[in-house]
Design a protein around this ligand. Structure first.
Ligand SMILES: *[C@@H]1O[C@H](CO)[C@@H](O)[C@H](O)[C@H]1NC(C)=O
Ligand SMILES: *[C@@H]1O[C@H](CO)[C@@H](O)[C@H](O)[C@H]1NC(C)=O
Ligand SMILES: *[C@@H]1O[C@H](CO)[C@@H](O)[C@H](O)[C@H]1NC(C)=O
Ligand SMILES: *[C@@H]1O[C@H](CO)[C@@H](O)[C@H](O)[C@H]1NC(C)=O
Length: 369
């Protein structure tokens, strides 16, 4: 009988070389993905059967790590899996300084140390890696104030965060309820922030991309809090999210059903835009700054809105087109020490969202390049 290690190597060879062999037979990428998927499922079934054959547990370990490396969707699903450490700062000096309450706590985050997550090799990108990755691209961030913070974090990463330039960007970007555009000449990156507090505004924006037949390379968007406060009707929210979903799907040069080999109309870029949903933060009711917010934006309403998002199938995890940036879990785990008003969080939360986005982008661009 073969030893577990030989078995593992054999499994690795199957997963690696069979699809490659098929590529030699001029199969389309769809078919290759299908075969990889079929192999994956076969191996997964084996993995689930092995508890009944305890002697091959080592084999399981080697197979599952191979599978992890092979399946990029698997890593996209884990990319939000981060842990937080929030503790009081040791330098008491701060108390005498003119700093916000948020600065009393030191906040760190990193990807979970589990084996599954470790196998995906996520990393925080520094300024130069992020610049390389985004070189020459058009990034659109659209939504409410949460999206504004996400845009700010991205600029903070690719520019020098303390520079005078960043200070002026900050004040321009935070002009109330307005759009903002900037071209970072050094890396040829264009960033548009589009003020779109309601999902309808996002739908309009997506339709305007469609009309102009010009699509951003990276699109991050999110909305919900305004609707929650001013409309307070989750059914209506869900309805508009479904509209958004259909307009996003028509934005894709090829719809997900057709797959990557589907027909491409006109001169539209073959490259699919990379699409992200900026999730809603947890709301800490007691900290919200008006009575109206405390009443309308309560936990129950929040959860009904969250379910409406799930039901709209907008997100990748429910079969939709957008990869979630899981602000909900970041804000929940960072906690009350990370917010002043129970709604807008410390910049570190939005920084995390940017690193999640960049890692997902790395995974995806390997897949599509
Ligand atoms: C202290 O903070 C207040 C409010 O943010 C600000 O108006 C003031 O200029 C700050 N003072 C110094 C010395 O930084
Ligand atoms: C961006 O790409 C251009 C051309 O592809 C290259 O000349 C330039 O050095 C790149 N810049 C950075 C910061 O990577
Ligand atoms: C967003 O949509 C609402 C509702 O349709 C509309 O009243 C508002 O003018 C729109 N705002 C922007 C910035 O497009
Ligand atoms: C909520 O929105 C739905 C769909 O737009 C609408 O049919 C319903 O009447 C609204 N409910 C309330 C209480 O306004």
């Amino acid at each position: 009988m073969l030893g577990a290690i030989q078995f593992g190597v054999l499994a690795a060879c199957i997963v690696l070389f069979v699809p490659m062999g098929m590529a030699g037979w001029h199969l389309s990428r769809n078919k290759m993905l299908f075969f990889s998927g079929a192999l994956f499922i076969t191996l997964a079934v084996c993995v689930h059967l092995t508890p009944y054959f305890p002697s091959v547990t080592d084999l399981v370990a080697s197979v599952s790590s191979v599978v992890v490396y092979d399946n990029r969707n698997y890593c996209i699903n884990l990319v939000n899996d981060i842990v937080w450490e929030v503790k009081p700062r040791s330098d008491v000096e701060l108390v005498n300084m003119n700093v916000s309450k948020l600065d009393y706590y030191e906040k760190r985050w990193d990807w979970a140390k589990s084996r599954k997550v470790g196998a995906c090799g996520f990393q925080k990108l520094d300024k130069s890696d992020a610049s390389d990755l985004l070189n020459g691209s058009w990034v659109v961030v659209a939504g409410d104030s949460q999206a504004r913070f996400v845009a700010l974090s991205l600029l903070n990463l690719v520019l020098d965060s303390d520079s005078g330039r960043m200070n002026s960007i900050r004040s321009d970007l935070f002009k109330r309820h307005s759009d903002y555009n900037i071209v970072i000449g050094e890396i040829g990156m264009k960033l548009d922030f589009i003020w779109a507090p309601y999902e309808m505004n996002l739908t309009d924006m997506v339709m305007s991309f469609n009309q102009r037949r010009k699509y951003p390379d990276v699109l991050m968007m999110g909305a919900g809090l305004w609707h929650m406060l001013h409309v307070t009707n989750a059914t209506d929210y869900g309805f508009h999210l479904k509209n958004l979903r259909s307009s996003v799907e028509s934005l894709l040069p090829f719809s997900p059903e057709l797959g990557a080999d589907g027909p491409v109309t006109g001169s539209v870029s073959i490259r699919s835009p990379h699409l992200f949903w900026i999730g809603m933060p947890m709301l800490i009711n007691g900290m919200l700054n008006t009575e109206e917010k405390k009443e309308k934006m309560n936990d129950e309403v929040w959860h009904v809105y969250d379910r409406a998002l799930g039901a709209s199938k907008l997100l990748r995890q429910t079969g939709g087109p957008l990869v979630l940036l899981d602000i909900q879990s970041f804000t929940w785990n960072c906690g009350p020490r990370c917010t002043d008003d129970g709604m807008h969080y410390d910049k570190v939360v939005y920084e995390a969202a940017i690193h999640i986005m960049l890692n997902a982008l790395l995974i995806e661009s390997h897949q599509t390049l």
